[in-house]
Design a protein around this ligand. Structure first.
Ligand SMILES: O=C(O)CCC(=O)N[C@@H](CCC(=O)O)C(=O)O
Ligand SMILES: [Zn+2]
Length: 344
């Protein structure tokens, strides 16, 4: 079964040729240095025979139409399979939702990135493909992170692109982490990747990055790499810095990071998530308003059930506005400037 992958060295093609499952998992070696294991469709592990101690998860296609991260991960996997680069750390790549990639849609039945942290089994239970996949992805992350007890650092970068344009093209969401400081080193690593904006989440969520952060104390982020575009339309030159820094990370080269400097990054605190309560929820602003657009106190952001939803702080910037989510889900995050006191 893995012969097709070994011959093509194209893990995306192999995944999309087998979008629901592979007949059997398998293992092969790259030279004397790396063991490759395919655990499931879209799930591949690179294990150096003599690892340096980091466990790194790179996930993409948790939303099927977010193609730039898929191309980026597939290129990295190709370079590893072709031995153009040799990993010094354990790396798990995940293509989250292969049927949605084929469909060219965010999801098939339910948003996969609202089903982690056990949400897949709540309510109606494992009733659709995304719920089943979320449970499996949690299992693979657990298997990967639990395999070595002497891990020096766990990392999970969950790569996405945003539905609309953004005033800050690339940005990261730092999941809620009560009692743990934010990592200055990670923020400067992201900055070196060209991701110069970080949002600190204010509450637990059911996202993939929060799952890894909470259960494995991973340095985990949801990372937005620009606007959603179909395959072939992404300008991959916009990811040169990110590719370089991921190469350096997995091949254990010096990262050459600057000291933490708040002037080099835009830091936002999520002050609230506005959830949808009624079917008639609507925003007052236009569909092409960019992420990080700021509104003054008192401005009516949205209306639902005959009520106005207004800006509460002096100024709030908005991110991910989406009125078309199911009742109960997040329609938008509101942001205020963040303090740096919890960054170390
Ligand atoms: O552009 C949008 O509206 C959504 C882009 C996206 O998929 N964002 C993630 C963020 C997850 C997080 O808050 O960590 C999502 O909505 O799942
Ligand atoms: Zn996404």
């Amino acid at each position: 079964m893995l012969q097709a992958l070994i011959e093509s060295q194209d893990f995306l093609k192999f995944t999309l040729d087998n979008p629901h499952h592979i007949d059997e998992s398998g293992t092969f070696s790259l030279g004397e240095h790396t063991q490759v294991e395919v655990w499931d469709t879209g799930v591949i592990v690179f294990e150096p025979k003599q690892g340096e101690g980091k466990d790194i998860v790179l996930s993409c296609a948790v939303h099927g139409n977010e193609t730039a991260p898929i191309e980026l991960c597939n290129d990295l996997i190709k370079d590893l399979l072709q031995q153009k680069i040799i990993t010094k750390h354990r790396v798990l790549f995940l293509f989250g939702n292969p049927p949605a990639i084929i469909n060219g849609t965010r999801f098939i039945e339910e948003n996969l990135n609202r089903l982690f942290n056990g949400a897949h089994s709540v309510g109606e239970g494992l009733s659709n493909p995304e719920r089943i996949r979320a449970k499996k992805l949690e299992f693979y992350v657990d298997k990967f992170f639990s395999a070595s007890s002497a891990t020096e650092q766990r990392i999970h970068y969950d790569l996405h692109t945003a539905i609309r344009g953004s005033k800050h093209e690339k940005f990261a969401i730092y999941p809620y982490r009560p009692g743990r400081q934010y990592s200055a080193q990670q923020i400067m690593y992201l900055e070196a990747c060209g991701i110069d904006t970080v949002l600190f989440h204010h509450e637990p969520t059911t996202t993939f990055s929060y799952f890894s952060s909470k259960h494995y104390e991973a340095d985990a982020f949801t990372i937005e790499l620009g606007k959603v575009l179909p395959f072939g339309q992404n300008d991959m030159t916009r990811f040169i810095a990110l590719r370089e820094m991921l190469n350096r990370l997995i091949t254990n080269q010096d990262l050459e990071l600057d000291e933490f400097d708040a002037d080099k990054v835009n830091l936002y605190q999520v002050c609230r998530a506005i959830n949808k309560s009624c079917d008639d929820f609507e925003f007052t602003f236009a569909n092409d308003v960019e992420n990080f657009t700021a509104f003054p106190k008192g401005y009516i952001l949205a209306k639902e059930g005959g009520m106005d939803i207004k800006v509460e702080h002096e100024v709030e910037a908005i991110v991910f506005p989406n009125a078309k989510v199911p009742v109960g889900q997040r329609t938008v995050l509101c942001l205020k400037p963040a303090s740096t006191e919890n960054i170390a």
